[in-house]
Write a protein that binds this ligand. Structure first.
Ligand code: SAM
Length: 317
């Protein structure tokens, strides 16, 4: 049976990527989680984002062209699709809840889209809902309103705070997730995978030849104490969380690699970050998109393996 998904605030489509990657491994049937996904055939049938620049990349990788509009302008989510929708997946903007975004919550205009969704949930009652946001979303007024709305509309709810490191991936990206479902089996916990993958697996040695990635030594001297610089030979290294500000801001936006033999410090390439996030190899290659946009989009996106596990929980019946 097909589960038709609306990817709201779609960006580059972390949820579509989770479906794509695991549908590839489904034939291998490497466990219970895979079989849940292969049985249900989840598919993104509509995607919406205000950002026009995601359209061609989304179309290229996921086969549909996102509708370019604000969520606030929708009378119904259903109007964005000719097919009936079973699931809404959403990653609303996090700035209203972050310190960098001044934590203005409901008073920040970037939260109006989520407020619109809160009014549409009782009207449309999609069978399943998934939401991702920064940990600071938990406890916000919107978080309370969302839970109340879901409770009043008879959803069962489960909340998670998860980091890819818990699934063995050497990158920090702690995020809050909420799953909601009408009926069905109780939403389960996520099992932690202790098998640790090495950072080396995600590094492309050829990137050292790309001088656009190198950080001028003058900048390293200035910001060294505040930058998160990892020794490229450190096999136990775990990167910091890469944000959309990576490349614009040298601090608190992600990690850098240091190679003592080359005496160089460089940024991770957008493709390396995408790989750490669980996207297919060379995700940005062949796309006509500036490096700045690539960093912004991947920094805003989802940790695909985490989303995959959550999707499996939501689909289990
Ligand atoms: C946190 S990112 C979502 C990332 C996405 N889930 C992914 O996997 O790449 C938030 C997205 O919401 C979009 N957005 C922000 N405000 C919006 C609005 N009012 N209506 C529609 N999209 C909006 C942004 O352009 C951005 O792509």
């Amino acid at each position: 049976m097909q589960i038709r998904i609306a990817d709201l605030f779609c960006g580059i489509g972390g949820i579509a990527e989770a479906i794509h990657l695991r549908s590839q491994s489904a034939s291998k049937d490497d466990g219970k989680i895979v079989s849940e996904l292969s049985r249900w055939h989840p598919k993104v049938v509509t995607a919406i984002d205000i950002d026009r620049s995601v359209a061609s990349l989304y179309q290229h990788h996921h086969g549909i062209s996102p509708r370019c509009s604000t969520i606030e302008s929708l009378q119904r989510v259903a109007e964005a699709s000719s097919e009936q929708l079973d699931m809404w997946w959403m990653s609303p903007p996090c700035q209203p809840y972050t310190i960098r975004g001044s934590q203005r919550g409901n008073h920040d205009s970037r939260s109006h889209a989520l407020a619109r969704i809160l009014t549409l949930i009782p009207l449309e009652k999609p069978r399943m809902i998934g939401l991702e946001n920064v940990p600071a979303f938990e406890g916000s007024q919107h978080h309370q309103q969302l839970k109340q709305t879901l409770h009043d509309a008879d959803y069962q709810i489960q909340e998670y705070t998860l980091c890819p490191t818990e699934l063995g991936i050497p990158m920090r990206r702690k995020r809050f997730y909420l799953l909601a479902k009408q009926g069905g089996k109780r939403l389960a916990d996520i099992s932690i995978n202790q098998q640790h993958r090495k950072l080396k697996e995600f590094i492309d040695e050829a990137c050292w030849e790309d001088k656009t990635l190198h950080v001028p030594l003058e900048d390293v001297r200035l910001y060294e104490k505040a930058m998160n610089i990892i020794d490229a030979q450190d096999s136990d290294a775990i990167t910091a969380c890469f944000t959309s500000a990576y490349r614009k801001s040298p601090i608190r936006s992600g990690s850098y690699l240091h190679c003592s033999t080359r005496r160089a410090v460089r940024r991770f390439s957008p493709n390396e970050i995408a790989r750490l996030m669980g996207f297919r190899n060379d995700f940005f290659s062949k796309m006509n998109m500036s490096q700045r946009s690539q960093y912004r989009l991947i920094g805003n996106s989802l940790a695909v393996p985490v989303v995959y596990d959550l999707l499996s929980v939501l689909l289990a019946d």
